[in-house]
Design a binder for this molecule. Structure first.
Ligand SMILES: C[S@@+](CC[C@H](N)C(=O)[O-])C[C@H]1O[C@@H](n2cnc3c(N)ncnc32)[C@H](O)[C@@H]1O
Length: 329
């Protein structure tokens, strides 16, 4: 089946927040299907540099390089490393966090509980897979992943059942994992019992929250004074990180959350300022026409001319038992 095209979320709001001027340089930190990149090129950006850690975007990136010759290029990298590629300073850096429709739709990527495929879930092609996590982590560790990244209330039961089931037979496919989850979490309402468990594993396997903190710190170093940072997030854990980062950098104290310890204001001059209306939600029309947009939230801030802060913020959950990827590498 042909891929559904990925519909860019909050595109008009992103363009409005970024307010690209003719000739400006944009870093699109999450290239995906290039929806944002192409819109910036059409809106008159002088140069767009797309970043993505998924090599399957390369064909689409080639198309854009040909159509917009000399104005577009793709760098295959995790965005947390964007300042390690000798890129020039940018006027705009935009993040559209999460997975694309193409990634979800391809059964062989293992992201979807609705399609049978290998239990993979990696955006890039390296590192441990969801199968490695499910087959090797202890019950306490799996429980912490499900509870923290999936906000799953049945985390303990699901983790215990997985550990039991894998002693009988390896869990290697998405359908096998769905079967195990369905045997322990009852279906309630419209939400499939596997939804939160799959989200949790995906966030863990791709270190999505650590990437976001490090990506924002790298963007701080790569934005020119007056440059605009635009971040679109899709759930509360992500939004909390964007909010906490921007408050810290704008000199506002932000208390800790249940899982992330408090960040005290580190002292140096504010490296970002937040204009009024720096948080935007999708329009009702967009929410109705694109279900993916429903939980989206956009935050924007403007880089000052103060140096980037020395102290990087990092995702360091206070909750014990949450493993790191290194635990199964
Ligand atoms: C939601 S899609 C972006 C869609 C894009 N804005 C568009 O309009 O087509 C997110 C993309 O970011 C990539 N991505 C997610 N986390 C990343 C990371 N830490 N580093 C680099 N790329 C990442 C994913 O592989 C995916 O292709």
């Amino acid at each position: 089946m042909a891929d559904r095209p990925h519909i860019p979320v909050m595109l008009d709001d992103v363009l409005r927040a970024a307010s690209v001027q003719p000739g400006e340089r944009v870093i699109d930190a999450t290239f995906g299907n290039g929806g944002y990149s192409e819109a910036f090129l059409r809106a008159g950006a002088g140069e767009v540099i797309g970043l993505d850690r998924d090599p399957t975007v390369l064909a689409r990136a080639d198309e854009l390089s040909k159509t917009y010759e000399g104005r577009f290029r793709l760098v295959e990298t995790p965005f947390s490393e964007m300042d390690q590629h000798d890129l020039p300073l940018a006027d705009i850096i935009v993040f559209d966090i999460g997975v694309s429709s193409m990634q979800i739709d391809r059964a062989e990527r293992g992201f979807s509980f609705q399609k049978d495929g290998p239990l993979d879930m990696r955006m890039s092609r390296s590192g441990p897979t969801a199968r490695d996590a499910v087959m090797t982590l202890g019950a306490d560790e799996l429980e912490a992943i499900f509870r923290i990244y999936g906000e799953e209330r049945q985390a303990r039961r699901a983790a215990a059942r997985i550990v039991e089931a894998r002693q009988e037979a390896d869990i290697t496919s998405t359908a096998e994992l769905v079967d195990v989850i369905e045997s322990v979490i009852p279906r309630s309402g419209k939400i499939h019992p596997a939804t939160r468990i799959f989200q949790a594993l995906r966030i863990f396997v791709n270190d999505e929250l650590g990437e976001l903190y490090r990506g924002l710190c790298a963007a701080e170093r790569l934005l020119a004074p007056g440059g605009r940072l635009v971040v679109v997030t899709f759930h509360s854990l992500e939004d909390r990180i964007a909010k906490q980062f921007l408050r810290d950098r704008a000199g506002e104290f932000e208390g800790g959350s249940r899982y992330a310890p408090a960040v005290t204001h580190s002292g140096p001059a504010a490296s970002f300022r937040m204009p009024r209306r720096s948080v935007v939600k999708p329009s009702r029309d967009e929410e109705q026409s694109n279900p993916r947009a429903r939980s989206a939230k956009l935050r924007m801030a403007i880089r000052t001319d103060a140096p980037a802060h020395q102290q990087d913020l990092e995702w360091t959950p206070a909750k014990r038992a949450l493993p790191t990827l290194a635990a199964i590498a």
